[in-house]
Design a protein around this ligand. Structure first.
Ligand code: AMP
Length: 211
């Protein structure tokens, strides 16, 4: 299965991607995670991306398209994959089509902006391994500590309230038109994000099983 996850930042794509990934035994490719790793390592690509991500803006298309091209050519993608956070613009979607990659579906997880702002304020990530948590919806076993690796949980710089509002407006302007793009290809699936993550997962897995 080749699946794109669409949805505003904070709509829960990452969490659902992890579950779909385990269920279908296919890798999740998150451009956000790849960019954050590059930032941490201080690579050339990371340095180029830094100013954009910190302001909540999109990294230029040619950079992320390059990242995806390279990642999708790795052997673990042969049996399918989930794209979390890519494409985010029409040119990125066109680039994917031009690579000859036909996705089976683009699944959009829909959540109101006001709810997103509330959720993002509680979001925490492990500074060591990048695993994500929430102070209300996905608590770690030990306060402030990652279950998986024992690293410290921190607020991502781009989850600060002002940046979140910017990321939401960028989403509506540049990414939401992709719903129309995939609808025209008859590939759009819509799931309403629920308060309880498990309820959203049930809807997501049902939608995917019908592809
Ligand atoms: P995410 O974790 O998916 O919200 O991504 C974090 C940040 O990385 C975004 O706010 C962007 O600055 C950048 N980014 C991730 N994916 C893309 C993409 N497909 N196109 C442009 N910028 C991206």
């Amino acid at each position: 299965m080749k699946l794109i996850l669409l949805g505003a930042p904070g709509a829960g794509k990452g969490t659902q991607a992890e579950i779909i990934s385990e269920t279908y035994k296919i890798p999740t490719i998150s451009t956000g995670n790849i960019i954050r790793a590059a930032l941490k390592e201080g690579t050339e690509m990371g340095l180029k991306a830094k100013a954009y991500t910190e302001k909540g803006e999109l990294v230029p298309d040619e950079i992320v398209i390059g990242i995806i091209k390279e990642r999708l050519s790795e052997p673990d993608c042969n049996g399918g994959f989930i794209l979390d956070g890519f494409p985010r613009t029409i040119p990125q979607a066109e680039a994917l089509d031009n690579m000859g990659i036909a996705v089976d579906a683009a699944l959009s997880i829909e959540v109101e902006d006001s709810e997103i702002v509330k959720r993002m304020s509680g979001r925490r990530v492990c500074e060591k391994c990048g695993a994500s948590y929430h102070t209300e919806y996905k608590k770690p076993q030990k306060d402030g500590i990652c279950n998986a690796c024992g690293g410290n949980l921190v607020i991502r710089k781009d989850d600060e309230p002002e940046t979140v509002l910017n990321r939401l407006s960028v989403y509506h302007e540049q990414t939401e038109p992709l719903k129309d793009y995939y609808n025209k290809q008859n590939k759009l699936l819509i799931v309403e994000g629920q308060d309880d993550v498990k309820d959203t997962t049930a809807l997501v897995l049902k939608a995917i099983s019908e592809i």
